[in-house]
Design a protein around this ligand. Structure first.
Ligand code: ATP
Ligand code: MG
Length: 195
């Protein structure tokens, strides 16, 4: 069982790299952004609530997020491991994740932090907005998402640095090059734990 977190600012490539990682290593992908967008698409009660936050580029409240993640994580006893994409985004969510994993006698093995320059983030988000039809892929909303990232999510870097789990990878290179670096860190970690 190998559990990974991918963290980084909006547009850094979390979704893309998480897809590559889960395919290669047979992990179960838990993307909180996707889970929330599905709720909105299905017009559920939760969907209506979370839409008001997402449309502004704010974070969805911790209690809603923790409930959603708990439901996805408990059903996965038989997986090779879990990959969390877009979760945790606050210290409270990180502490909560550590707690639930501990209950199941599991833990996070690695945390990837994808680092991308601000201008490049906006370029990517605006480029993506042509097809994504995401209400939050607009310049003004993206600016707020980045502000929220620095305020609430950036402190997680220190949190996982202290746990000696953090690997910062430049997300400025091509997709395959970034993935190559991520893979070699995972392979190293797997080799070390097998010894
Ligand atoms: P990418 O790096 O792939 O571009 P992203 O950071 O732009 O991803 P998502 O992870 O898809 O976007 O999240 C979209 C929105 O969903 C967030 O701006 C936030 O409103 C909400 N959201 C997703 N995950 C969480 C979370 N863990 N806590 C609070 N809100 C969340
Ligand atoms: Mg995403």
């Amino acid at each position: 069982m190998f559990n990974i977190i991918v963290l980084g600012p909006p547009g850094c490539g979390k979704g893309t790299q998480s897809n590559n990682i889960t395919k290669k290593y047979g992990l179960t992908h838990i993307s909180t952004g996707e889970i929330l967008r599905e709720e909105i698409e299905l017009h559920t009660h939760i969907g209506r609530i979370v839409k008001t936050y997402i449309d502004k580029g704010s974070l969805v409240p911790d209690d809603i997020m923790m409930q959603k993640v708990f439901v996805s994580a408990v059903n996965l006893e038989n997986s090779n491991g879990l990959l969390f994409d877009g979760f945790p985004r606050t210290i409270l969510q990180a502490e909560y994740l550590d707690d639930i994993l501990r209950i199941y006698d599991k833990k996070i093995s690695l945390v990837f932090h994808l680092n991308v320059e601000e201008n490049e983030l906006y370029n990517r988000i605006l480029h993506r907005s042509i097809d994504s039809k995401r209400s939050d892929d607009q310049l003004e909303i993206a600016k707020n998402r980045l502000k929220v990232y620095y305020k609430n999510t950036f402190p997680l870097i220190d949190y996982y640095l202290k746990q000696k789990k953090l690997k910062t990878i430049s997300g400025m290179a091509e997709i395959s090059e970034v993935f190559g670096k991520i893979s070699s860190v995972i392979d190293d970690k797997i080799n070390k734990t097998e010894k």
